[in-house]
Design a protein around this ligand. Structure first.
Ligand SMILES: NC(=O)c1ccc[n+]([C@@H]2O[C@H](COP(=O)([O-])OP(=O)(O)OC[C@H]3O[C@@H](n4cnc5c(N)ncnc54)[C@H](O)[C@@H]3O)[C@@H](O)[C@H]2O)c1
Length: 276
């Protein structure tokens, strides 16, 4: 038997993290897109990792339970990497909420039930969640603590209250951070930790879809005008993930880490500030 890593979202960010922490373990990669999962499993296998791929849709509890059951065939689940998601240019409002918001919440809940002692998890949120006004104590608490099956019925997430796909994505990512806080209490009862990372623009197929989408110019200006003056790489996100997942991060749980080249700082107090 081996320690098992459950990894959802066979994209660049997920792979960069899996390569840092997945050696010597059984890695189960789940993706809705089997071509992505197969291709990335092959790259990992050829680099010496032990990977199996499973068709997984994180917006379905049944599919998540199936992924967990697959993992349990090989040993104890010690690690979760959730890097599955859809961006504002890739999907309609309902899909973004179902995958990025509800799916993430269910995944953290279900893996939290089976995570091994001293296990660790990471979920990828986004700087987008930082680009909204504060929602207030009451709504924050609803996003954090509402039972997963009731989440999408919250007033604040009703279709008439969501302006567009970007707003849906921002709400999903804000919710991810709140859910991580809430779940860190339950994961802690198992002596396990869970954190999130909020990347800025990281060059991946998802970001390239955004560069070519309706907000392409906006995104290109965002990285050109941020303090770093460039987009980031998945490997830099993995630098943060590695710290959070290793023993050096043992005192960190229930937290979110922004890694955006300073774009959020510039959005509030610098050249990226929206015109009044
Ligand atoms: N790239 C960026 O600039 C950026 C910035 C901030 C946050 N993020 C977040 O990082 C995460 C990973 O994105 P990435 O940039 O590595 O993208 P990516 O396109 O390389 O990978 C995302 C993967 O998620 C999969 N996926 C989509 N819906 C799914 C579902 N319902 N169930 C299972 N898998 C599903 C896709 O098929 C794809 O393989 C996402 O949550 C994204 O919102 C990315």
């Amino acid at each position: 038997m081996k320690d098992v890593v459950l990894w959802t979202g066979a994209g660049q960010i997920g792979m960069a993290i899996a390569r840092r922490i997945g050696f010597g373990k059984k890695i189960i990669v789940g993706d809705k897109n089997q071509d992505n999962a197969k291709a990335i499993a092959k790259i990992m296998e050829e680099a010496g990792f032990d990977v199996v791929h499973v068709e997984t849709d994180i917006s379905s509890r049944e599919s998540i339970l199936n992924l967990i059951a697959e993992g349990q065939k090989y040993g104890e689940i010690t690690t979760l990497i959730n890097a599955a998601g859809v961006s504002p240019s890739q999907a309609p409002i309902e899909t973004i909420l179902k995958v990025d918001l509800y799916g993430t919440a269910v995944l953290l809940e279900e893996v939290g039930k089976v995570i091994a002692p001293r296990g660790v998890g990471i979920t990828i949120s986004s700087q987008s969640g930082y680009r909204m006004p504060q929602l207030g104590v009451e709504i924050d608490e609803q996003l954090a603590m509402t039972p997963t099956e009731e989440l999408l019925s919250l007033e604040v997430l009703r279709s008439e209250n969501i302006k567009d796909t970007l707003h849906a994505y921002q709400m999903a990512k804000r919710c991810n951070v709140k859910r991580v806080m809430f779940e860190s209490i339950r994961w802690g009862e198992k002596d396990a930790r869970i954190n999130s990372i909020s990347p800025g623009i990281i060059v991946t197929p998802l970001a390239i879809d955004e560069f070519n989408g309706p907000r392409g110019e906006f995104y290109k200006n965002m990285f050109a005008s941020c303090p770093a003056g460039r987009p980031g790489t998945a490997d830099e996100v993995a630098n943060v993930a590695e710290l959070l997942m290793m023993q050096q991060g043992a005192f960190i749980t229930g937290s979110d880490f922004l890694i955006d080249g300073g774009a959020t700082a510039s959005y509030f107090y610098g050249p990226l500030r929206p015109a009044e």
